[in-house]
Design a protein around this ligand. Sequence first.
Ligand SMILES: Nc1ncnc2c1ncn2[C@@H]1O[C@H](COP(=O)(O)OP(=O)(O)O)[C@@H](O)[C@H]1O
Ligand SMILES: [Mg+2]
Length: 218
Amino acid sequence: MSGKIITIAQQKGGSGKTTLAAHLAVALSRQSVLGARARVALLDCDPQGSLGEWFEAREATLGEDGTGLSFRTASGWGARREARSLARDYSFVVIDTPPKSDVESRPAIEVADLVAVPVQPTPIDLWATRPTLEMISKEGTSCLLVINRAQSRAALTQEMGIAIEALGHPAARARLGNRVGFAASMGRGLTLLETEPGSKGAAEIEALAAELRDLLAK
Ligand SMILES: Nc1ncnc2c1ncn2[C@@H]1O[C@H](COP(=O)(O)OP(=O)(O)O)[C@@H](O)[C@H]1O
Ligand SMILES: [Mg+2]
């Protein structure tokens, strides 16, 4: 049985792709698949290499054998091959992609079982998401919007809800709040799940991982 490939894509920079990729990978590695802990690989297709820096910091903090994840890089069409190869050995492959690059993102979108699109709930961010969603539709891959940096549950106004719906793609039930811990935990190669276990933010990312796992199991 082949593992599932989740690509994190969004042409708008700063939307939370890398933060989401790292947090999702750690959250998924704690999910069980067929009674065993899920094996998770991260694949960085962003030449900027932020996720790689995070992973190196993770190795420094937890030791090379203590990260609980595998990490690879790829560029362009190499991503497709690398992702398929990783999916033979891992339950989940999580791919981080660069902003504003069709060439780098398209293969990662094409190979995915599901594309998660982080989006901040503001009108400008929603408008900027359209080209990404069009590219995903063109590749025929299913996608899920992930509301990131929501100010509070109440602040996601009805108006925003309607605007999100108007994009014509489903949004995850789980949302990630705007929490310092999501950003701060990354510096030492960790995630909020490790720096603030049991926190609201940890519960949010756990809920999202469970939602994606269930969606992909269908
Ligand atoms: N849920 C969140 N709460 C608080 N800060 C966040 C959250 N998600 C992302 N950030 C911060 O926003 C900035 C951009 O996130 P990043 O993951 O680098 O986005 P991208 O990879 O899409 O460019 C970073 O400083 C990151 O720490
Ligand atoms: Mg990034």
